[in-house]
Design a protein around this ligand. Structure first.
Ligand code: ATP
Ligand code: MG
Length: 248
């Protein structure tokens, strides 16, 4: 039987930041079109893994490797990774006063896509996507994340995702801080975007987003390693037994 090509293959990955070893031999494989969920207690290394995948310079790979669509990306810059179609929605997005959301998105789009869209055409696209997320057009003219509420920051990230159309999406606690209605809109917009071509890694502490983004696989992380992988039945086990009850 043909196996789908690995979109992401992480092999025996060790990562340190500021002299502290955070990831300690992590292995993970994601295939095309799959939705994976990564859960685990605070401080287990989930956000560090996300930052490492994006190439954040603070996180140094001391051993092991990361392959994206068969290509070693361990030494590529964040910019090069974004061009390859990797997208990370941060747990705590940066504020950039002076750069409007709309301008930021157009620059990011042009930096990651070969085709150039005209400004009116881009604005039209942006308007359609903003409408889906129930964001007012005036929101697009505000400075990126500057004074955004927690929920607005998450919506702005969902907007980025839908505009940039990445192939590998890493969502780091996109659900936290969203009220129930906003969560529904954001999750629905993301799940509409998910296709055979797009692979998603969702990092979350909560079940609620998983009502809308149905996972194929669930992984539990503890102390820098994946300690258990399985289907979505693991999530209800966590609810019943806590993380310690489900460590493999
Ligand atoms: N830049 C850094 N410098 C030093 N230590 C760091 C750095 N980034 C993360 N760590 C440490 O690595 C460990 C893992 O942190 P990380 O943020 O990856 O956890 P997490 O699983 O995302 O937790 P949470 O569920 O609370 O978001 C923590 O002990 C944290 O203090
Ligand atoms: Mg985190």
């Amino acid at each position: 039987m043909l196996t789908p090509m690995d979109v992401l293959a992480i092999n025996d990955l060790f990562v340190s930041a500021q002299g502290k070893e955070i990831l300690k031999g992590l292995n993970l494989k994601l295939h095309k079109g799959e939705i994976h969920v990564l859960m685990g207690p605070n401080g287990s290394g989930k956000s560090s893994l996300a930052a490492t995948l994006m190439g954040h310079p603070t996180y140094q790979v001391t051993s092991g490797c990361i392959r994206y669509k068969g290509r070693y990306i361990t030494r590529l810059s964040p910019d090069e990774r974004a061009k390859l179609g990797i997208f990370l929605a941060f747990q705590n997005p940066l504020e950039i006063p002076g750069v409007t959301l709309s301008n930021f998105l157009r620059t990011a789009y042009n930096a990651t896509h070969k085709d150039r869209v005209s400004i009116p055409e881009f604005k039209k696209r942006l308007h359609t996507i903003a409408l889906k997320l129930k964001l007012e057009d005036s929101f697009l003219n505000r400075y990126l994340n500057d004074g955004f509420s927690g929920g607005e920051k998450k919506k702005a990230e969902a907007l980025q995702l839908l505009v940039l159309e990445p192939k590998l999406v890493i969502l780091d606690e996109t659900d936290s801080g969203l009220d129930v209605d906003a969560l529904k809109k954001v999750a629905k917009a993301i799940s509409d975007y998910v296709s055979e071509e797009c692979t998603i890694l969702v990092i979350t502490h909560y079940q609620r987003i998983l009502k809308y983004l149905e996972p194929d696989y669930v992984h539990i992380m503890s102390d820098g390693q994946i300690v258990r992988s399985g289907g979505k039945e693991i999530i209800s086990l966590i609810d019943e037994q806590g993380y310690e009850g489900v460590y493999g």
